[in-house]
Design a protein around this ligand. Structure first.
Ligand code: ZN
Length: 134
């Protein structure tokens, strides 16, 4: 599979999940040497799992398939710019290259942008009340 095909597949995965009503419009494909080693799409709503982002699901899939925690040399294709959690997981897994289709200001991505995640974290974090709670 080439890069264009991988990005199209990532977008299609996100579209399929969104249409099913079980997730949000974020899909992801991981390639290594042109071979698909992992795929995933956002299944937060279906699984009641706030970590079930497309990128994390694709990394989980690749690690299971290859029976490894090391995805060095892999390229990750995702339908929207990854949030901070997914970026961290990519770093931990050793993903070598990232390609994303949509910038998070695109309406479909607004629910999971880095800025939105940071804002939610700030609202939920006890430290966000510092020093007002003192
Ligand atoms: Zn994410």
């Amino acid at each position: 599979m080439n890069s264009d095909e991988a990005m199209r597949r990532a977008i299609d995965l996100g579209r399929q999940m969104m249409r099913s009503g079980e997730g949000r419009p974020f899909g992801c494909v991981i390639l290594r040497n042109g071979e698909v080693i992992g795929e995933g799409c956002n299944s937060m709503d279906r699984d009641n799992d706030p970590t079930a982002h497309g990128e994390v699901e694709a990394i989980r899939d690749a690690c299971r398939r290859l029976k490894t925690l090391d995805l060095a040399g892999a390229e990750l294709y995702t339908s929207c710019e990854p949030c901070p959690m997914c970026t961290s997981v990519m770093y931990l897994a050793g993903i070598s290259k990232l390609y994303y289709a949509a910038w998070p200001r695109t309406p479909a991505c607004l629910a999971a942008t880095p800025a939105a995640c940071a804002a939610r974290s700030a609202r939920r974090s006890p430290s966000a009340q510092w020093p007002a709670s003192k």
